[in-house]
Design a protein around this ligand. Sequence first.
Ligand code: GAP
Length: 456
Amino acid sequence: MADLMEKIVSLAKRRGFIFQSSEIYGGINGFWDYGPLGVEMKKKLKDSWWKSVVQMRDNVVGLDTSIVAHPQTWIASGHVSNFSDPMVDCKKCKRRFRDDELVKDEEDPKIRAEKIAAMKCPNCGDGELTAPRLFNLMFKTFVGPMEDASAVAYLRPETCQSIFTQFKNVQITSRQKIPFGIAQIGKSFRNEITPRNFIFRSREFEQMEMEFFVHPNESDKWYEFWIQERFQWFQSLGVKKENLRLRPHRADELAHYAKGCTDVEFKFPWGFAELEGIANRGNYDLTQHLTHSGKDLSYFSEETKEKFVPAVVETSVGVDRTFLTLLCDAYHEDEAPTTEEGENEKRVVLRLSPEVAPIMVALFPLSKKLSEPVHKLEHSLRKHFSTDFDESGSIGKRYRRHDEIGTPFGVTYDFDSEKDQKVTVRHRDTMKQERVAIDQLLRYVSDNVTSDNLKG
Ligand code: GAP
């Protein structure tokens, strides 16, 4: 199925979803740019998460914090001392590897180190390898004009730490009572040693994180609640249930303070891999920041008159990884060539949920002579949906072009439309066509936007 990844990467570039960053300079490993269609889809994906996690609930509020935070943040969180991967260098060709890249399927780092000591560099073939050494994954920078130790700062490796440091401000200003959550979408940076699988693991990416603050006695209940909520969200975006699974972490995978962690995994072309983590983190994070800042981050319950440091249930998912999930899950090639409007080619179709499809309605005048009324129609729909106007090539070609980018509806205006004020609406997945009155088109599209209707 590696071949599916190649097809997706190629489609993403060819159609303007995702480009290699700095391509004209040969690219920069682990960084990607979203093109015109990609940016539309990414925005819709983030909107969908926000709607599900924040807008639809009265007990979750939003936040948008700076990427660079006080460096104490990362000392308190443990990232300065612990956020590292064991690395191995080839003494001859200087190539650097993650130790688990050299010894796959071995959980124990000591056994990995032994195996590495007995092997030669797989890159140059005969170089000796160093013992594994820890390499911190945070990007460092300097704040202000001095480039010395006192000016060191970090690009955040996760968005959640400022949710913890701003916990008190948010709680007071939003007048939320526990249990409640704080959600944030934003960029994170990790100097990953081996960025790979396209946007699955990159060095700059976006996260959508939510920290739900609860009484410690209630954390297990809320942990189970959020696992189900998050698992459901992917399905609401049309991701096939058989491609998703929940994987509770083994005890030896858990951080010492964590009570539990469950990953939502998706079946990527190379196998099941982590998409989102839901963690029952106890009150470790708030306690760390409370200790390091000396500020009281506890909560006082007016009802029970109890003062406590809240426990936290975290949900953390990558925007880019979800984007890749949606592309992989939606990519479809028709087995048999389809004959539609005289086009006899194999059909590639992205069966994206309309909620995230970059374009909702494509409008096609049958002939260039009919462009004017179609422009008018497009303008009337634009207020409600993302649209595209396409007048080049045969209608069949135009359908194919939009199938490939996941446009749910194609609307053709022909010479009869002049007379009967109707257009032909063609559905992406079923290729079913219907005549619809122009003045009913907006209503028609609105009524048909759920994925279930489209799947037919
Ligand atoms: N605050 C918890 C946290 O950051 P994580 O498992 O390190 O946990 C959460 O990251 C999610 O962020 C992952 O499940 C993944 O979707 C995304 N993510 C993490 N590292 C990434 C990377 N290098 N590239 C793309 N997405 C990444």
